[in-house]
Design a protein around this ligand. Structure first.
Ligand code: CP3
Length: 355
């Protein structure tokens, strides 16, 4: 096993000492590190070009494309971390679930998981199922130099929301019907997904990823009591499973203001915050001993530069007293974002947080 969480482990000392990993560990940094969720993607013309004629899931299985797409925003914006180009449904596809990512829609599952018999289709994930991930992470860490690579996976609830609904949903009525109506089946489904997710994160860490993010994008649909009872145990299992590697573990969701304390409790080292809760208030909700990541509203980037800068200063000011802060957007980069606005934002955060 590699020990990416120490300077003597698999990652070079310069990576271990990078501002991003230091901020995750709540150590002093020369400037606030910045990366963007969905930094690799449709906002970049060079991304649209290499993706021409290649399906989303097909591109995730090609190490050459994954490497190129992951590096594009690092080259262009000078962000402090790369995020591995993939999608949350890749491990499900890898264990044989019939699904596709439809342009403009999102993941669509041919046969939704609704019964105990359906659950049997979710087998364990082995490293051989995703050998292209091991290959691509190896290529990436060689190319990235000191810049850390973030591995990621979907959290059990967000994955279950696609599997049970059969596609994107605003209300999650089928998923919640299972959660309330057949709590045992629900718990077993989330436990299965926790094992698959943990196995997928381990592959990325063993291949050289320096940090991991668990995307529970849609957890904000849940009341805190339901989250605690029916979701937190599975996410906590994922975090425990990768704890031994010592790499920072980030936990992110959208609309999770009421869940921030619980999301920290699930075991993350860094809690991601969307734009609805200021970071000083988020720190109170999360409690001590965790770094925070966030939280500029991604739509702010459509405003003139002065407005972007004013909102960025607000985020930095709210973060001034935090133990550790990784600057990010409150959710992913929107596809029609001007890439130059992102480059300017990286420069602005670096300059205005220099210590
Ligand atoms: O740069 C990065 O952040 C890495 C790439 C990344 C993708 N998906 C690539 C992608 C990451 C981290 C994800 C995670 C993901 N996928 C999440 C969690 C993050 C979040 O945004 O909340 C979710 C909920 C999904 C499911 C999913 N996949 C959706 C909702 C969509 C968008 C559908 C659309 O077309 O608008 C996808 C497809 C997807 N994943 C694209 C990309 C770049 C767009 C498809 C394309 O470029 O052809």
């Amino acid at each position: 096993m590699s020990a990416n969480g120490s300077p003597t482990g698999k990652q070079p000392t310069a990576t271990y000492d990078s501002p991003f990993l230091k901020a995750c560990r709540r150590e002093p940094v020369p400037h606030t590190p910045v990366w963007f969720m969905r930094q690799a993607g449709r906002s970049l013309p060079e991304y649209r070009k290499v993706r021409e004629g290649v399906g989303m899931l097909d591109s995730c299985m090609r190490p050459d494309l994954v490497t190129e797409i992951t590096l594009q925003p690092v080259r262009r914006h000078g962000v402090d971390a790369a995020i591995y180009f993939s999608d949350i449904v890749v491990p499900l596809k890898a264990i044989g679930i019939d699904l596709d990512i439809k342009p403009g829609v999102g993941p669509v599952v041919e046969q939704p998981v609704r019964t105990r018999a359906d659950l049997a289709r979710l087998r364990d994930l082995t490293p051989e199922d995703v050998s292209y991930v091991t290959e691509a992470v190896g290529m990436l860490t060689a190319e990235l130099g000191p810049t850390p690579l973030i591995g990621f996976a979907g959290a059990p609830f967000t994955l279950a929301s696609y599997l049970v609904e059969g596609g994107p949903s605003r209300t999650y009525e089928n998923a919640k019907a299972m959660m309330y109506g057949d709590p045992e089946l629900w718990a077993d489904l989330l436990d299965r997904l926790a094992d698959i997710t943990a196995a997928f994160l381990k592959v990325q860490i063993e291949a050289g990823a320096s940090a991991v993010q668990l995307f529970d994008s849609w957890a904000g649909a849940l009341a805190p009591a339901d989250y605690r009872r029916s979701v937190l145990p599975a996410s906590a299992k994922v975090f425990r499973a990768v704890e031994e590697y010592g790499v920072p573990r980030i936990h992110f969701g959208v609309g999770t203001g009421e869940l921030l304390g619980l999301m920290g409790e699930a075991g993350a080292d860094v809690v991601g915050v969307d734009w609805r809760v200021p970071l000083d208030e988020a720190a109170r909700r999360v409690g001590p001993g965790k770094a925070l990541q966030g939280n500029l509203d991604p739509t702010v980037l459509f405003a003139p530069t002065e407005a972007v800068e004013a909102k960025t200063r607000e985020v930095l000011q709210a973060a001034a007293g935090l133990e550790g802060h990784v600057f990010n957007l409150g959710h992913g980069v929107m596809p029609s974002t001007d890439p130059d606005a992102l480059t300017r934002l990286v420069e602005y955060v670096h300059e205005h947080s220099a210590r």
